[in-house]
Design a protein around this ligand. Structure first.
Ligand SMILES: Cc1ncc(COP(=O)(O)O)c(C=O)c1O
Length: 582
């Protein structure tokens, strides 16, 4: 850039350079004259809980920037920074940084103007995106005559105990995920579809390779070396899950295909044996279809009734109403710990205590919680807890049903076959105790071992560290999205994790998803297999960016920047994807 490129009234390039250097010096002094103790892009060691919620940013004119690169100067991606959120630092966490305006320098917005008006040169709104009734992806095409605008018909803050043991280096973490190091549509891939599935670190990929190269054998049965290796690996993974959930015994950890299968298992085994005509099953308005439909099957078969815990407009469960639903007929309460559509974190410990006080059992769906926060099934008081390996950086096709040991042993098996029996005659079969009684046939051995590696991975990073990092990202992303004209955040609970659902006035959700895809940004748009909660909020679909430990503030900058340009280019009439004006 030369001086002649600059608008009238601005200092020349030399002066700007001097001012920038002075600002940098001041920036360093903002740390009290000391270099930060942590590595670039790391969370400072913090021993207490979380900063205030999103509203905690309000009212402070000199905001700290939770973006890792802004705090410590380290790059986190190819996207320059977007405007800073206004408001104070999360308490005790972010070092104070002087604002450029307070030094008489051009501010973020001014510099943005100077540099051409956009913050993310790599994030251009595409000149042409396929129309949405004809999606470029065959699996998204809406069958003619189907209801609603949604084309995704079939796809589907926690309080953190303990102290943060080590800094969280997001750049090092990203380096562990080879899939993130690629371009999509000519742009660096930004993976914000983590609620659907998470990416896999090298450690998991390599563990799977090692298993198939050195250990592969069926488990438990043969007296040879490879059977011993694979059995050891499989059962060691079960122990890792036990520790991860703080279950009492590995007998409480049943391997299943995923959360869906785990819920069906409970419904079809315990449910069929224990739920009778006239009984009541309580689910919440926030549930994923996987925690609704299996209970409907059971209720239909048994003549039981399903009752629903309502939510307020923020997407928070109304616990008083829940209390009113509980009664002597309540057999079971089935609730999610974190809503996949809104990100609401439910007070499952309290819900479990209320259910137990009414004499009911409780199943907690942890599909969306285990990757975001530490989980302790004993302190929750869950009778069952389910999750899927693929949502916590493990392979697909493997998941976990935790159940209290005596409850599992009191429950008849679901599927019959090999592995689950002690003795078979044509007259009578004796079953193993849990977990074997629920593991008929050959299990998904390699992927269980891979899930063990994923648990090692997040355990080494520290779940409290991960929770803290994502909490910062969620606050940051919330503030960026709130600034976008016409954008309505869907799900504004005080306690949230991982999800930034929204709708954008004038755009169909799938249009937004398709446009973001052109920017290399992967988000989910649709009903997220949670139609009841979206309909409760007057919607059929949302756009759902969802976070994981490897996301950065730069990812969110790129998202917000693309959305800003999408909105500002809309013009006097609504622009559809096919007549996008660039
Ligand atoms: C809250 C919740 N429960 C259950 C499931 C089902 O998980 P899976 O499809 O891995 O069985 C999901 C998947 O998105 C979910 O988000």
């Amino acid at each position: 850039m030369t001086t002649s490129d600059l608008p009238v009234g601005f200092p020349d390039v030399e002066t700007l350079t001097r001012m920038a250097n002075a600002a940098l010096q001041e920036f360093e002094n903002g740390f009290g004259g000391h270099a930060p103790a942590q590595a670039p892009n790391s969370i400072p060691g913090v021993s207490a809980g979380f900063p205030a919620g999103p509203s905690g940013f309000a009212g402070n004119p000199v905001p700290p920037d939770p973006r890792p690169h802004a705090q410590y100067g380290g790059p986190t991606g190819s996207h320059p920074a977007a405007p800073l959120p206004s408001g104070p630092a999360p308490q005790g966490v972010i070092p104070k940084v002087a604002s450029p305006e307070s030094l008489g320098l051009p501010g973020d917005e001014t510099l943005r103007l100077l540099l051409g008006g956009t913050s993310a040169p790599g994030a251009q709104i595409p000149s042409e995106v396929h129309g949405t009734s004809e999606s470029p992806f065959y699996f998204l095409n809406t069958p003619t005559g189907s209801a609603g605008p949604d084309v995704f018909k079939t796809a589907d803050r926690p309080s953190v105990p303990g102290s943060i043991a080590a800094p969280f280096d997001v750049n090092a973490v990203r380096g562990d995920f080879p899939i993130l190091n690629q371009s999509v549509n000519g742009k660096p891939l930004i993976w914000l579809d983590n609620a659907a599935t998470t990416q896999k670190p090298r450690q998991v990929i390599e563990r799977l390779k090692e298993f198939y190269e050195r250990e592969n054998s069926n488990v438990h049965r043969a007296a040879h070396e490879l059977a011993a290796r694979s059995t050891d690996a499989y059962e060691a993974a079960r122990e890792k899950v036990r520790r991860f959930l703080n279950a009492r015994s590995t007998n409480e950890i049943v391997w299943v295909r995923g959360a869906t299968e785990a819920i069906n298992l409970v419904a079809q085994s315990w449910g069929r044996a224990n739920v009778k005509s006239g009984d009541e099953i309580i689910v919440s308005n926030l549930e994923h279809h996987a925690n609704i439909v299996p209970w409907q099957f059971l209720a239909q078969e048994k003549g039981a009734t399903i009752k629903v815990i309502p939510v307020n407009d923020a997407g928070e469960l109304l616990l008083e109403e829940f209390g009113k639903l509980l009664g002597p007929k309540t057999k079971l309460v089935a609730v999610t710990q974190v809503s996949n559509a809104l990100g609401t974190v439910n007070p499952v410990q309290q819900i479990a205590a209320m259910a137990h006080a009414a004499g009911a059992k409780i199943l907690v769906d942890g599909a969306q919680s285990v990757s975001h926060m530490p989980v302790d099934v004993q302190s929750i008081g869950a009778d069952w807890f389910v999750f899927s390996g693929h949502k916590v950086f493990g392979p697909t096709g493997i998941g976990v049903l935790y159940g209290r040991e005596e409850l599992l042993n009191d429950t008849p098996p679901w599927q019959g076959g090999g592995n689950m029996i002690q003795d078979v005659t044509f007259e009578k079969t004796l079953f193993h105790k849990a977990p074997g009684r629920f593991e008929a046939g050959t299990g998904n051995i390699a992927d269980a071992v891979g899930l063990g590696a994923a648990i090692d991975y997040v355990t080494r990073l520290g779940m409290p560290n991960i929770a803290f990092w994502e909490h910062q990202l969620l606050h940051y992303g919330t503030h960026l999205l709130k600034d976008i004209p016409g954008l309505r955040l869907v799900g504004t609970a005080a306690e949230k994790a991982g999800v930034l659902s929204f709708v954008l006035e004038g755009f169909k959700t799938e249009e937004v998803g398709a446009l973001l895809n052109k920017e290399g940004i992967a988000v989910r748009s649709g009903h997220h297999c949670a139609q009841p909660i979206l309909r409760r909020l007057g919607l059929e679909a949302t756009v759902r960016p969802s976070l994981a430990l490897y996301n950065t503030c730069s990812d969110l900058d790129a998202l917000a920047s693309a959305l800003h340009r999408l909105v500002s280019s809309r013009g006097p009439r609504n622009v559809t994807v096919s007549n996008w004006p660039l």
